[in-house]
Design a protein around this ligand. Sequence first.
Ligand code: SF4
Length: 328
Amino acid sequence: MILTNKTGIVKPLADAIKALYGSHPKMDIYQYSATELLKSPKQVLLNRQHGDEVEKDLQEVIDAVLGTAWHKAIENIIVSQADDSCIVEQRFKAPIMISTEWGDKDINLSGGVDLLYRDNAGLHIVDWKTCKLTKLDKARDGEEDDWKRQLYTYAFLIEATFGERPIDGTIYGFPKDLTNAEFNIEDPSKFKVQAIKYDLSDREYEKELLTDIKAKLRDIYSVLASDIEPRECTMDEMWQYPSSFIVKKPESTRASKVCESVKDAMSFLVDKGWIGKGYMIYERPSEPKNCSTYCPGLKWCKQGQKAVQDWKDAQTRAKTFNDKGEEV
Ligand code: SF4
């Protein structure tokens, strides 16, 4: 990755930000990390092919840098205090065999586990992250599958290493957008440090996960071993979900409710007794959020570019409704 400093941050500080942003070690075609395989095969391939050419300004990587710095600070203190019951920041590895038209191939899967500790009940995985509040809300509602996938992959790797399976995994999330005014000691969804615990005993889930991981690895290997094009990303992989309708007052920056249709939005307003209170309903066209905001491969991906352009066009046509359900 090429990091630019277009806003002229003073050199020692710019260098510190660059150092904290770091770079990921290069892996060959027989090595993949658990977090890398949360992405689609096309995204993995584009990242590996063009990662060095991606250009970002220091201003754009600050969120990631703050997350890394916070992560490292906690890690250093835990390392300095850890006893024999803890393993901190260790990379676990295990081979996975995939069948391809070029024969069976052993691929190394790895995962960096923040903390593995033992108590009388057994082994436990702990991972800590800075994230948005909505991500924690979704995880609590069982809608955030990435964290579950990550912890189950770690459990698989740890079991392959030690012959003993962790009984659970906990994500400690630090919601970076929760204000002090919103913090509420009575409500776990408004804590500044939120624990989302996953039971790791569902072998059926793990079987499906490994099948999916093998399918991704087969897709990636097939592209690298021949000159076929990678399969297109799915809507899920582009993080593109159906259009929604936001209920809010015009001056408010936050939605009071996100609904699937104008009809649902109207029902919400009626139920709340908010008709005549100045609320409006705004259509929010379906955004391919991964392509538009996160995927570094966008510059080389026609599918992603088209999806982003379609979303921008749809935004210019987005409708607004009053609290009678009439288009304005
Ligand atoms: S830009 Fe979008 S469609 Fe293209 S690889 Fe990235 S996520 Fe997939």
